[in-house]
Design a protein around this ligand. Structure first.
Ligand SMILES: Cc1ncc(COP(=O)(O)OP(=O)(O)O)c(N)n1
Ligand SMILES: Cc1nc(C(=O)O)sc1CCOP(=O)(O)O
Ligand SMILES: [Mg+2]
Length: 392
């Protein structure tokens, strides 16, 4: 640029090169002579280019983080991950505002003159599903943070250092989110689930399979293999079969107590109690793509299930049970406390049947896990249908 222009931008008036006029205008907008001197000191057109790059990259990074945040919030309903992305957006904006004037960034913006906006790539408009959206946004966030960091070095090394830290955090959270995208089908099914049946291994595989198929048809959403009396080989072989059938039927299959069997049989998840392995260990065994359920018997346990990364909770025992002996009952008072505070899908459990289901519903629960009510019924499928019809 060597064209001369009449410049009357506040602190600089007269005929200067167009570069200087732009610099003066930017500095004027910022109301700062020192900014002007800085802009003049560097080749002003390259400085303007740097501001354009930073402006575009900040926008890209912010929009990308927001895209990921919305997925974590509305699809995964993961409050921790949502908060992590929100914090990244906030920290980026704080760093940018500390080192760069918004007016300077805005003055450098020239969207109609941006040659990049006319270069279209067909794949930009192709996203097969939400996982494509997440993958593209994650890559955009990581690239644009890197660009801000690199060009930020020409403005202030401290800006680059802060953005570098933000970029590392973004890498970590993007990876957590991307790993969980594939589980969103499972989590979606989990959230829609109302009736959860704890099934034993049955005397034969045929009887077991028949029972799952019939009960699925009658409205059971989740099957948990819970049988303390059979050997590992039986647990494993039943789990392999149940995992396949449940997948075909659009139901979930969970293994009780045994993360190793859940992984080996490719089940949808595992359910553990307070006496089994800690949830962090269970998660490390089954990975981020499988569901982990945890038994809770008090509000404190519900809070730690939530902070520990459980995908759902069992809440009980509500009533006395024919399936398992208890010394104490959490009762419907516990259900009321959970209903008013927990964000996780919560299944009431323990002695629930058609005679007391209304008390569970009145306590604010529309999800139940049962064994005896169905297992011991004269007409199990009919009972399953009747229970399900009340869980709206
Ligand atoms: C959905 C659901 N909730 C609670 C339990 C109980 O689990 P746990 O406390 O580990 O007791 P056992 O089932 O192992 O006897 C559950 N299995 N499912
Ligand atoms: C296995 C189990 N766990 C419970 C808990 O409160 O943690 S209640 C329970 C028994 C569930 O069977 P039924 O519906 O026959 O009572
Ligand atoms: Mg257990």
């Amino acid at each position: 640029m060597c064209e001369s222009l009449k410049c009357d931008a506040g602190s600089v008036k007269g005929v200067f090169s167009a570069d200087v006029c732009v610099a003066a205008k930017i500095a004027d907008l910022a109301g700062s002579v020192s900014s002007f001197l800085l802009l003049i000191f560097m080749n002003s057109s390259s400085l303007r280019a740097i501001y354009r790059i930073l402006d575009a990259s900040i926008n890209r990074a912010t929009e990308g983080v927001r895209t990921l945040e919305e997925f974590a919030r509305f699809d995964l309903e993961d409050s921790k991950l949502t908060e992590s992305f929100k914090t990244i957006r906030h920290d980026l904006s704080t760093s940018v505002n500390r080192f760069l004037s918004r007016d300077q960034l805005l003055a450098s913006r020239d969207t109609p003159g941006d040659v990049g906006t006319k270069i279209e790539n067909d794949s930009e408009y192709e996203r097969a599903d939400a996982s494509g959206v997440v993958a593209a946004a994650a890559s955009r966030v990581q690239q644009s943070l890197r660009v801000i960091e690199e060009y930020g070095k020409t403005i202030d090394a401290a800006l680059a250092k802060e953005v570098e830290q933000i970029r590392y955090r973004a890498y970590h959270h993007c990876a957590s989110l991307e790993l969980r995208v594939d589980t969103s089908d499972r989590l979606g099914l989990l959230r829609q689930s109302r009736l959860y049946f704890l099934i034993d291994a049955h005397a034969s595989e045929e009887a077991f399979v028949l029972s799952i198929r019939g009960l699925s048809d009658a409205g059971v959403d989740i099957f948990q293999l819970r049988d303390k009396a059979v050997d590992d080989r039986t647990l494993y072989s039943r789990s392999v079969v149940a995992a396949k059938i449940a997948r075909g039927l659009g139901r979930l299959f969970i293994v009780n107590d045994r993360p190793d069997i859940a992984v080996a049989a490719d089940a949808d998840g595992v359910h553990v109690g307070q006496e089994e392995l800690p949830i962090s260990i269970v998660r490390s065994m089954v990975g981020p793509r499988r569901i982990v359920g945890l038994s809770t018997h008090s509000v404190d346990l519900v809070d730690s299930a939530e902070s520990g990364g459980a995908d759902y909770i069992g809440c009980g025992p509500v009533f006395s049970s024919r399936t398992k002996q208890f010394d104490q009952y959490a009762g419907t008072e516990f259900l009321k406390q959970v209903a008013s505070r927990s964000h996780l899908p919560a299944f009431a459990i323990g002695g629930i049947d058609l005679t007391n289901l209304s008390q569970v519903i009145d306590a604010g629960f529309n999800r139940v896990a049962v064994t005896g009510a169905i297992r011991d019924a004269e007409h199990p499928l009919l009972v399953a249908r009747q229970i399900k019809s009340q869980l709206l």
